[in-house]
Design a binder for this molecule. Structure first.
Ligand code: HEC
Ligand code: HEC
Ligand code: HEC
Ligand code: HEC
Ligand code: HEC
Length: 155
């Protein structure tokens, strides 16, 4: 999809409430981001850790509890989506210290998630070149060498 893409979601889940006001760590919900290619969308039981008791009078939470009771996942609409011929791995980035916000913007201020960057080839390659030549100060000791070989991203 394109920069600025902001689909309507089936439940009005807000990052501004959860990651902003409540300061829940991104990795509490997106627990794949340090270990695997996919950051992943959290399964419903993560939400229900709180919402079995929090705000149970809200129609949105009742809708959430319905899915949970039926054993169905929430049909979240995907926001970011690379073509299949590109390989992207979250853990390779997150473990080198690249912050979520560098690529996704200030998610903790968003009521609805919006795609902040183009995700185009030039965006990837420019960062790989820049960070290898002249990494930002907080990543200086990480010995960054990010590939610009075609086969690094297209296998
Ligand atoms: C309480 C759980 C929770 C926390 C904490 C959380 N998220 Fe999410 N995140 C979700 C859910 C649920 C979705 C799917 C619905 C949506 O897109 O709004 C999502 C969607 C996203 C997406 C879009 C995924 C796609 O479809 O492309 C990004 C990017 C994201 N989160 C990043 C973050 C970042 C960065 C943080 C920390 C600042 C964070 N999230 C904290 C639950 C969480
Ligand atoms: C750590 C506890 C916690 C977790 C985990 C959590 N929430 Fe929440 N959620 C809250 C709190 C607290 C509020 C705000 C209640 C208020 O308005 O004072 C809230 C508010 C909401 C609301 C707004 C309800 C309304 O009508 O005002 C929705 C929708 C929601 N959460 C969905 C989710 C979803 C979906 C997940 C899982 C991806 C999730 N929450 C995970 C604690 C949590
Ligand atoms: C170097 C850029 C970059 C960083 C850093 C990054 N992401 Fe992503 N993220 C992406 C791209 C690109 C996609 C689309 C991947 C695809 O379509 O295969 C994506 C997709 C996602 C998705 C959708 C589901 C998935 O796993 O594909 C979520 C959720 C997400 N990111 C959360 C996070 C969180 C949380 C962090 C920090 C812990 C983070 N991202 C760090 C670039 C990044
Ligand atoms: C904000 C900077 C940034 C952006 C944007 C970015 N990357 Fe990276 N990428 C890095 C860094 C830093 C590494 C880690 C390099 C290392 O391990 O030293 C990395 C590593 C990788 C690797 C592992 C191979 C290697 O060189 O270690 C792949 C594959 C990759 N990135 C693909 C992508 C793709 C595809 C995109 C765009 C969708 C993208 N990256 C966007 C900074 C970025
Ligand atoms: C750092 C990651 C990265 C590297 C290195 C990279 N690409 Fe890409 N490439 C991408 C991404 C991401 C896309 C998808 C762009 C989009 O969807 O807009 C892409 C798309 C393409 C396409 C699809 C056509 C198009 O432009 O829409 C071709 C062909 C291509 N790349 C060839 C190459 C060649 C040849 C090289 C080596 C000179 C290369 N790529 C190096 C990430 C990379």
């Amino acid at each position: 999809m394109n920069k600025g893409y902001k689909p309507i979601q089936p439940i009005s889940y807000s990052h501004k409430i959860h990651a902003g006001a409540l300061k829940i760590d991104c990795k509490y919900c997106h627990f794949g981001s340090e270990k695997s290619k996919k950051a992943g969308i959290p399964p419903l039981n993560v939400c229900m850790n709180c919402h079995k008791t929090v705000k149970t009078d809200s129609p949105q939470i009742q809708k959430l509890a319905e899915y949970y009771k039926k054993g169905e996942p929430v049909p979240w609409v995907r926001v970011h989506n690379l073509p299949d011929y590109v390989s992207f791995d979250h853990s390779r980035h997150v473990n080198k210290g690249v912050a979520c916000q560098t690529c996704h913007g200030q998610i903790q201020d968003m009521t609805e998630v919006k795609q902040e960057n183009t995700l185009a080839m030039g965006w990837c390659v420019n960062c790989h070149r820049d960070y290898t030549k002249n990494p930002p100060p907080d990543l200086k000791d990480r010995h960054i060498f990010a590939t610009t070989d075609c086969t690094g991203c297209h296998q």
